[in-house]
Design a protein around this ligand. Structure first.
Ligand SMILES: [Zn+2]
Length: 272
C-alpha cells in the first residue's frame, strides 16, 4: 500500500514538471439516463479473438494465481495486443492526421441514440457487399430520417461467424500476404460521403473487422469519416437484438493517451 501511495505522489510530481496538459474536451450533460434491458455489443478478448492479419493478437499471460504464503488468494495477468483487434474503436487519427486520438474523442460522441441499419440479407450471398446510399434511403422510408447526431450501427450478420477467421475475415491466414484475401462487408465510401454531408453522425459502427469492406485498398470510408473526426466501432456483436431506432448506445474505449484506437466495451440500452 505504501508503495502505491509513493507512486501516486511521484506521478503527481512528474505531471507538474512537464508541459501543461491540453484542455479537456467539452463534457456531455446527461439529463435523463435511459431505463431498459442492457445488451452487450462487445466480444470478449481471448486467444481466439479475431485480429487483422498483420496485427499482434490478444495474449493473456498469468502472472499470479492461487493462495499466497500469507493465506489470501491473489490473481493477476498481463495482456498485450495491437490497438485494432477484437471489438475496438478506430479513433479519427487512425486515418486522418491531426484529428482526435482515442483519449480526445468527446464522450458525447460515444453515447447517444442508435440507428441500426440491417443489411444482413444482402450480405448473406455476397461477402463483398458494400452498404449503399440506397440502403440508407430505404431505411429512412421505413423508419424516418436519421436524426443528426445519431450513432449509426450497421448489421451485416457477420458476427455469427466470430471467432472463425476463415468465415469472418474470408481468410485465416496471417501476415501481409493474407490482406488481399479479406472478404467481408463494409460501408461504401459514397454512402459514407452522403451520411457526413446530410446526417452528421456522431459515430458509426459495424459487426465486421472494418468499416471499409475487406477488399478495400484505399480505405476511403475510414478517410471520409475520420477527416471529419467521426470514430468507428468495429467487430461489434448482438446487433440483431437492437431495434432500428430507440436504443441508447454507450461505447467506451480504453482511454489510451495518444492512441489511434483501442479495446471497446459497447452496450446498448433497449427502449421499454
Ligand atoms: Zn480499427
Amino acid at each position: 500500500m505504501k508503495r502505491l501511495v509513493l507512486l501516486g505522489a511521484l506521478a503527481l510530481t512528474v505531471s507538474c514538471t512537464v508541459e501543461a496538459p491540453q484542455a479537456p474536451p467539452p463534457e456531455r450533460t446527461v439529463t435523463a439516463f435511459p431505463i431498459g434491458a442492457i445488451v452487450d455489443l462487445s466480444h470478449p478478448y481471448e486467444d481466439r479473438s479475431v485480429f487483422w492479419p498483420t496485427a499482434e493478437p490478444f495474449r493473456l499471460k498469468k502472472e499470479a494465481e492461487g493462495m499466497t504464503p500469507q493465506s489470501y488468494y491473489y490473481a493477476a495477468n498481463r495482456f498485450s495486443m495491437s490497438e485494432h483487434g477484437g471489438t475496438h474503436i478506430d479513433a479519427p487519427i487512425h486515418f486522418a492526421e491531426g484529428k482526435n486520438t482515442v483519449d480526445r474523442i468527446p464522450l458525447d460522441q460515444l453515447t447517444g441514440a442508435a440507428a441500426v441499419v440491417d443489411v444482413a440479407g444482402k450480405c448473406e450471398s455476397n461477402a463483398d457487399y458494400q452498404i449503399t446510399t440506397a440502403d440508407l434511403e430505404e431505411w429512412e422510408r421505413a423508419h424516418g430520417t436519421i436524426p443528426s447526431g445519431s450513432l449509426i450501427l450497421f448489421r451485416t450478420g457477420f458476427s455469427r461467424f466470430w471467432p472463425d477467421a476463415a468465415k469472418y475475415l474470408g481468410t485465416a491466414e496471417r501476415g501481409e500476404q493474407a490482406v488481399p484475401r479479406l472478404h467481408f462487408p463494409g460501408l461504401h465510401p459514397d454512402a459514407a460521403r452522403w451520411l457526413v454531408a446530410n446526417r452528421a453522425p456522431k459515430a458509426v459502427g459495424i459487426d465486421t473487422a472494418s468499416i471499409d469492406y475487406g477488399q478495400s485498398k484505399l480505405f476511403e470510408t475510414h478517410r471520409v469519416l475520420m477527416e471529419r473526426n467521426i470514430p468507428a466501432f468495429e467487430n461489434l456483436t448482438n446487433l440483431d437484438r437492437l431495434p432500428a431506432t430507440g436504443a441508447f448506445l454507450v461505447a467506451l474505449p480504453m482511454k489510451i493517451g495518444g492512441g489511434s484506437g483501442g479495446p471497446l466495451r459497447a452496450i446498448a440500452i433497449l427502449p421499454r
